[in-house]
Design a protein. Structure first.
Length: 345
C-alpha cells in the first residue's frame, strides 16, 4: 500500500501517468464532489461493462483531464472526493522461490576436513609462551675449536728436474688412502682434505704416512718417505649437511673413559658439546643424525656410541629421537675408537 500527498489536485494526472499503474479495465468508478477532493483507487466487483463503454472509458483515461463543473469524470481507475490524497491499492502476485540449498551452485556441502582447515592451529605460540622464561639448552659455543675444517694435512715436496711425480697417502696397515699425481714440476704445496679416494672420510686417531715418487726425463725414479702424522677432530661437508669426526681419545677424562658408561647427569665432554652445537646450527631440526662408532670390538663400539648418544641427545634440538647409533668393528681402528656424527641419508 503506497500513499502519496500532493499540494494541488492539478498534479494528480501527471503523477498517475508517471506511475503507469495498471488496474483491470472493469474494476473502478470515478466520482467528483464540489465540496471535497479525495482521490481513491480501489478495486471494484462491478459487473463487466460492454465493449463500447470500455473503449470510451479507456479513451477518457488516456486524456487524464478533469472537467470542471461536472458531477464526476470517470477515469476507470480513480474516484475523486474530498482532500488532496491519492490512495492506491495494488494486487501483487505471491513471491515463491523454488530454491533447493543442497543443489544451488556455490552451496556445496563440505567435509569435516574443510571445517578444520579454515583455521590453521598455531603450534609455535604455546611453545614460546612456555619457554619464554626458561634458559635455552641449545646454545652455540663459538669459542670451542676442537673441529678443524678444510685441509687436514699439507705436503711440500722440494724436488727439481721432475718429469712425472706421484704422492701416496697410506694408513698404518700400508693401504693407500689417497693419491695425487701429475706431470712436470710438482706444486709447492699439496693439500689433503681428509677424504679417501672413494670419498669416505678417514678416521681420526690413526697414524698416516706418505710416499713421494719422482721421475726425471731419463726415467730415473726417486722415492721420499715422510714421517707419520695423525688427523685430529675435523669437520667436513656432505650433500646432506656437515659431518664431524673425532677419536675416542677426545673423551679422555669423561666418565665413560673410567667405567665404560655415561650417566644422564654426567657433564658432556667439550668435543661432544661442540658437535651438538654444530648440528643445531647447520642441520634441519627434524633431520635424523647418525652416530657411527668404530672400535676394535663390538663391546667397545657399543659403549662408545651409546655414551656419545646419551651426552648429545639432551643438547640437540629435537632431542635424542633424532639419533641413530651404528657400530663398526675394525681391527685397525684407533686404540680408543673413533666417532663420526653426520646427517642420515
Amino acid at each position: 500500500m503506497n500513499v502519496f500527498r500532493h499540494p494541488t489536485l492539478a498534479m494528480i494526472p501527471t503523477l498517475l501517468a508517471a506511475a503507469s499503474v495498471a488496474v483491470p479495465a472493469d474494476a473502478t468508478t470515478l466520482k467528483r464532489s464540489t465540496a471535497s477532493r479525495r482521490v481513491v483507487v480501489a478495486t471494484s466487483t462491478a459487473a463487466p461493462t460492454s465493449a463500447p463503454t470500455v473503449a470510451a472509458t479507456r479513451a477518457a483515461d488516456s486524456t487524464m483531464t478533469l472537467r470542471g463543473g461536472d458531477e464526476g469524470t470517470v477515469f476507470r481507475t480513480l474516484t475523486i472526493e474530498g482532500e488532496d490524497r491519492i490512495h492506491l491499492e495494488l494486487q501483487r502476485p505471491e513471491l515463491r522461490l523454488e530454491l533447493d540449498p543442497e543443489k544451488a551452485p556455490g552451496l556445496d556441502w563440505g567435509s569435516a576436513r574443510d571445517v578444520l582447515d579454515r583455521t590453521t592451529p598455531d603450534l609455535a605460540a604455546p611453545l614460546l609462551a612456555a619457554s619464554a622464561r626458561e634458559r635455552s639448552p641449545y646454545v652455540g659455543h663459538p669459542w670451542l675449536s676442537h673441529f678443524a675444517s678444510g685441509v687436514v694435512a699439507r705436503f711440500r715436496p722440494a724436488v727439481t728436474d721432475v718429469e712425472r711425480w706421484k704422492l701416496s697417502v697410506a694408513s698404518a696397515r700400508g693401504e693407500t688412502v689417497m693419491t695425487f699425481e701429475g706431470k712436470g714440476e710438482p706444486p709447492k704445496e699439496i693439500a689433503w682434505n681428509g677424504l679417501s679416494s672413494t670419498g669416505a672420510p678417514v678416521l681420526p686417531g690413526l697414524t698416516y704416512s706418505y710416499v713421494f715418487e719422482a721421475r726425471d726425463r731419463a726415467g730415473n725414479k726417486r722415492n721420499f718417505v715422510g714421517d707419520g702424522f695423525g688427523v685430529s677432530a675435523w669437520r667436513f661437508e656432505t650433500a646432506n649437511g656437515p659431518a664431524l669426526a673425532f677419536s675416542g681419545s677426545e673423551l679422555r677424562g669423561a666418565p665413560s673413559a673410567r667405567d665404560g658408561r655415561a650417566a644422564a647427569g654426567d657433564a658432556a665432554p667439550p668435543v661432544v658439546v661442540e658437535a651438538a652445537s654444530w648440528m643445531n646450527q647447520s642441520a634441519r631440526p627434524a633431520q635424523p643424525l647418525r652416530i657411527e662408532a668404530t672400535a676394535r670390538s663390538a663391546e667397545e663400539a657399543d659403549r662408545l656410541g651409546g655414551s656419545v648418544a646419551r651426552w648429545m641427545g639432551p643438547m640437540l634440538i629435537g632431542g635424542a629421537a633424532r639419533l641413530q647409533v651404528v657400530t663398526e668393528i675394525r681391527p685397525d681402528a684407533p686404540e680408543q675408537g673413533a666417532v663420526r656424527v653426520l646427517p642420515a641419508r
